[in-house]
Design a protein around this ligand. Structure first.
Ligand code: PAF
Length: 279
């Protein structure tokens, strides 16, 4: 595997490649990321991964500085997966000057759910993804459904800008007890790690109730938030949305069986976890 940090070198290395499959990451790789690499391999060749902790998508009080950086271990994992190139730019390589041109998603998608609680987050994501795509020029790129809203925003962005990159969504990789794998799980204490699967159980509860035709989705969302709070969580949201655009379903749409997804974000101690479940 070639490890490349500069844009020029990356372009030289990938020149002429027409079927590149790309997996952007922020490192601290776990089985969830590796499943994205395997999916990428089924959709293209060569597989290119990136590791870049993107300052633009972190708020001033978020965990940019303490975000886990485990480069050596990540490299070993990617080599095992047969990744051809790892693009691992420094901040100066990717942002040699302040990144003043930004890619701003529309408010009705970028400022809801995660975007409401993490202002500027999707602007940072769209900007870095656009720049990484410009560097790698992939034919396909793989994003996990764990970050459901991110996947939808990137997919819409690629469509609206007519980018020559197909966006592929990968199923969420879960631990045996149901907890979605995430680099931030590493922040959990032992007691919190034992409690953490309750977030997914809450999503399963909401999904079951919704499938059973629960009469009042807003009340169901409140109920789920209360269940989390009763066990010491601080939920930001539990929200049932239409899969097609992440807007809340109207009663008629719900009754007509519009495909739905329930999304949540909640803090357990100091760690904020997100998860979702298609209904
Ligand atoms: O999902 C992530 O790890 C990041 O948001 C991404 C897509 C690599 C952009 O920094």
């Amino acid at each position: 595997m070639k490890i490349i940090s500069t844009i020029d070198e990356l372009r030289d290395q990938l020149r002429g490649q027409l079927r590149t499959a790309f997996v952007p990451t922020m490192g601290n790789l776990h089985e969830g990321h590796l499943s994205l690499m395997r999916l990428a391999r089924r959709h293209g060749d060569p597989v290119v991964a990136s590791i870049f902790v993107n300052r633009l998508q972190f708020g001033p009080n978020e965990d940019f500085d303490k975000y886990p950086r485990t480069f050596e271990a990540d490299v070993a994992k990617l080599e095992k997966e047969g990744v051809y190139v790892l693009f691992a730019p420094t901040e100066r390589d990717l942002y040699p000057e302040p990144q003043e041109y930004r890619v701003q998603p529309p408010d009705d998608l970028g400022n809801i759910l995660e975007g409401e609680f993490r202002p500027g987050f999707f602007n940072g994501v769209c900007t870095v993804v656009t720049k990484l795509f410009s560097c790698v020029q992939p034919r396909v790129a793989v994003f996990g459904k764990k970050d459901y809203q991110q996947l939808m925003i990137v997919r819409n962005m690629a469509r609206q800008f007519a980018l020559p990159t197909e966006i592929i969504g990968a199923e969420t990789f879960r631990a045996e007890d149901g907890l979605a794998l995430s680099s931030r799980n590493g922040y959990l204490s032992t007691a919190e790690r034992t409690e953490a699967p309750f977030l997914y159980q809450t999503l399963q509860y909401v999904a079951e109730q919704t499938r059973a035709g629960h009469a009042d989705l807003a009340a169901l969302e409140r109920d789920a938030m209360e269940r989390l709070a009763a066990r010491g969580w601080q939920p930001d949201y539990v929200s049932i949305r239409k899969r097609m655009n992440l807007q809340a379903p109207g009663r008629e749409e719900y009754e007509a069986g519009a495909p739905l997804v329930v999304l949540t974000a909640a803090k357990l101690g100091a760690t904020r976890l997100i998860d979702n479940l298609e209904i």
